[in-house]
Design a protein around this ligand. Structure first.
Ligand SMILES: Cc1cc2nc3c(=O)[nH]c(=O)nc-3n(C[C@H](O)[C@H](O)[C@H](O)COP(=O)(O)OP(=O)(O)OC[C@H]3O[C@@H](n4cnc5c(N)ncnc54)[C@H](O)[C@@H]3O)c2cc1C
Length: 322
């Protein structure tokens, strides 16, 4: 069987990986020549099912718990299992209680315990929530490594859309012709500073604009992200830029001297319940609607989608052989 995967974002690449593992011939096509610019390229790379449960449905936790293991097994060395720290400015301490009440898998940290975890935040936050089981990765390194691994395994990457295949898997995100999908715009920044070190994603709660900062290699920090009901992928707005920078500054004033290395806006494809779906289509399947959880949920959805394609193959084989 030959499957054409349309879309080389995290949804398409994880599915291609699962299919190749099962011995299926795969071609991946994308309208872009590389992954830069897709929603996946702009992601924070947090694998944070317990934190996300604060505003997400139960499947995000149940399906997302195994994501870090999948990424580690697929791309050894890419996953950092340092947990997530959640803090709030003194005036928003009630936000921390509310967050704790809506989530599980955390432990309370008081005073010195916050400092022990992140020494550069010494004296800034008297309480925090630590989600020990969570992890993160650098999405750009992960996507690039997935492509490399797939190429080595014989997968062809093409730009043309018309490729003969037995089945087509549509993983084109917002470009998919699915009237149920809507866009949720997410703006982000990448800052660089040597003045502060963090070992894990830190979420700063705020009633209006909760933000997170994800440390990356070479003193880079991803600051994200807005959540705007819009499919506009245009440049970041001045307001969002100010809010994200303000949040970074309130986490630590050293961010005021950071260099702004990059700004970006991606559109998260989402279904009405904000949960991803594997759907049958006339040509095969579609895997879409990852919303805030592309890296978190694509492993589970890729397994489900690959199983559907493979079972279909068994059904077709059975029919052909009586
Ligand atoms: C700022 C931000 C932060 C985020 N942080 C996180 C996070 O920390 N953790 C997490 O799990 N998720 C996060 N997400 C969500 C995650 O990025 C998305 O859920 C995910 O990227 C969706 O992946 P996708 O492959 O469905 O879509 P995309 O990444 O958009 O990929 C779709 C691909 O299809 C291609 N395409 C379009 N049309 C065609 C066509 N006709 N034929 C072939 N190819 C086509 C596009 O070029 C693109 O490469 C974040 C998102 C944003 C915007």
């Amino acid at each position: 069987m030959h499957v054409l995967v349309r879309g080389a974002g995290v949804a398409g690449l994880t599915l291609a990986h699962e299919l190749v593992r099962a011995g299926v011939r795969v071609t991946v096509c994308d309208t872009r020549s590389g992954p830069a610019g897709s929603a996946s390229w702009l992601a924070g790379g947090m694998l944070a099912p317990w934190c996300e449960r604060e505003s997400a449905e139960e499947p995000v936790l149940t399906l997302g718990k195994s994501a870090a293991d999948w990424w580690e097994a697929t791309l050894p060395g890419h996953v950092l299992r340092n947990g997530t720290l959640v803090v709030a400015p003194a005036r928003d301490r009630a936000e921390l209680d509310r967050f704790a009440a809506r989530t599980s898998g955390h432990e309370w940290l008081e005073g010195e315990a916050v400092t022990a975890l992140e020494p550069d935040l010494a004296g800034r936050f008297r309480r925090g929530l630590f989600f020990r089981g969570e992890a993160h990765l650098d999405p750009r390194r992960a996507l690039t490594a997935l492509v490399e691994g797939l190429r080595k395994a014989g997968v062809r990457f093409v730009c043309e859309m018309e490729v003969e295949a037995d089945r087509i898997a549509d993983c084109t995100g917002m470009a998919a012709a699915d009237p149920e999908l809507r866009g949720v715009r997410g703006e982000m920044l990448i800052l660089r500073t040597q003045e502060i070190n963090l070992s894990r994603p830190v979420r700063l709660l705020h009633p209006r604009i909760p933000v997170y900062i994800v440390p990356r290699a070479d003193h880079h920090f991803m600051v994200g992200a807005t959540m705007i009901e819009s499919d506009d992928a245009g440049p970041i707005s001045a307001r969002s830029m100010m809010e994200l920078l303000n949040a970074a500054y309130s986490l630590h004033p050293a961010f005021a001297e950071a260099k702004i290395v990059e700004t970006g806006a991606g559109v998260r494809p989402a279904y009405p319940d904000n949960l991803p779906r594997v759907k049958r289509t006339p040509e095969g399947i579609s895997v879409n609607g990852f919303y805030r959880h592309g890296f978190l949920l694509s492993p589970a959805m890729a397994r489900e989608a690959a199983t559907l394609i493979l079972n279909e193959r068994v059904e077709v084989f059975d029919e052909a052989h009586g």
